[in-house]
Design a protein around this ligand. Sequence first.
Ligand SMILES: *[C@@H]1O[C@H](CO)[C@@H](O)[C@H](O)[C@H]1NC(C)=O
Ligand SMILES: *[C@@H]1O[C@H](CO)[C@@H](O)[C@H](O)[C@H]1NC(C)=O
Ligand SMILES: *[C@@H]1O[C@H](CO)[C@@H](O)[C@H](O)[C@H]1NC(C)=O
Length: 531
Amino acid sequence: MRVISKKGFVLVVASGFLLLALIYSWCPGKKPSMDIGLKQRGHIENLLKKRNKDILSSYHDIPYVLKESVLRELANGTCECQADENKINLQLPHILFPRVWASNLNHAYLESDSDPEGVKGRRDKEYSSFQRRSSSPADVLIVAEANSPLQYPTQGVAVRPMKTIIIPGLGLKQDPRPTHTVNLSVTMGTLDVAATVVGVSITGEGQKTMELSSNILSKLNRQLQFVTYTNTLFHPKTADTVLYESGGHQAAFTIKVGHSAIPKLYNSGTNEGYNISALVTIATKTFLRYDKLQDLIDSIRQYYPTVLIVIADDNEHPQPVTGPHIDQYIMPFGKGWFAGRNLAVSQVTTKYVLWVDDDFFFTESTKLEKMVDILEKTTLDLVAGAVREVTGYSATYRHTFSVDEGDSEGDCLHIRQGYYQTIQGFPDCVVADAVINFFMARTDKMLRIGFDPRLSRRGHLEFFIDALGSLHVGSCSDVKIGHASKIVLPWSKSESEKSYDKFRYSSTDSEGRMHTEVYYFKNRFKCMSSN
Ligand SMILES: *[C@@H]1O[C@H](CO)[C@@H](O)[C@H](O)[C@H]1NC(C)=O
Ligand SMILES: *[C@@H]1O[C@H](CO)[C@@H](O)[C@H](O)[C@H]1NC(C)=O
Ligand SMILES: *[C@@H]1O[C@H](CO)[C@@H](O)[C@H](O)[C@H]1NC(C)=O
């Protein structure tokens, strides 16, 4: 009896502790809550804005003469998409005389909507939240004023979240005076000193604002070499603006706050040469063309017997595609083109993925080693080859994009045939923004961009538009693949024919409307032009 009650007592006490521990772990309590709402940023940014306004609007009274030729090149936020005027000869082939066409997306998308104002409002709201999420305090304009006695780092200061660094390069250069004083203030962390110098007085250590003063300038400068910054407001990637002042002089600079990028490295299992099977996976999507797909597989096996082929299949009655090194993924019926690409690419475990259509076939000119070589030796993320049509014509389909800043109606997208430069050491290769549908890419880069699965029946440029600014794209005309179908690839069709299909004939069809929605709403374009 006694023993039992003793045991019982121990149990009660133990479970009491357990309960306390549980409650404690449930309510850690001590950490302050963090405001990560999408609001406008604080007073330092406003101060910088006001300062910039004062600096940039000086010398009003001095007359000047405008230089039209340069003025035309400056973005002024009033972009337009203009078509070439229909000149005399409409019969001439487009290839010889490419014309620019233009499409008003605002018009095309909104006119067929029952609630155009509602759509506009939703787009504006999404856009302003996008801007707030994607802007960084490090993007704010900072002007260094003339004759400032302040010395400070203009860029290159970075700290990991919640960590401490020494702020390098702080100093003060001024004539002797009874006391030399500087102030530092930050918003997302605290300031301190890693060492103290005798003869310098400091207030505000461990706080957001710190004042340092001394009657000997060299001592103050020595002390400034020990100033530290500690980030206390967690954000995975942002920046803190430091305000540095002395007397009437003010300077500002940013400290980048963020985790470092974690590498994603692939082990290709060999140190010499390129083992294509270990480096590359071939991805394709099939729909109603099993005979063509089998020809593709047979042609691949002639040259690359062990490279893995990933097939996304959204046929209504899927047939098994068998053989070594083949993975077939069955999808719901008719999920579509971009959904299939997403699925296939998501299953790739090699460093590179090669995209081919199911009616392509490998030939002796389909040298994947060349594509791997240029991706290994340059900063390109994606490199395309050429597609040889049955007619013998090889298409490379190279395009460049430019986006002009517009007004509240949206921006302007301009697509032009052509490329930027040839690539040194690879005379058959160029840099562009969009390329043909036969390309090899870094798998991790491609996964980060993804394919918009709403584009089910066509889609090509849309991927490259989403990739603009994050994917370095190239095209090499000396790596060729065959195209079995007699039908010309839609993206080697002239852009004007395509746009004609897209914006005139299919304006009633929901797929056409989806394309317009992607451009109008998702990418926030008001118009586009192309040749
Ligand atoms: C803006 O620039 C375009 C040329 O890019 C020009 O045609 C237009 O007149 C300019 N608008 C203003 C308001 O300066
Ligand atoms: C430093 O900041 C304090 C408090 O904000 C202020 O009283 C002082 O005048 C400032 N000193 C300088 C040199 O700007
Ligand atoms: C190439 O890679 C494949 C797949 O990882 C592997 O099975 C094969 O042994 C490798 N070949 C050589 C020559 O290393």
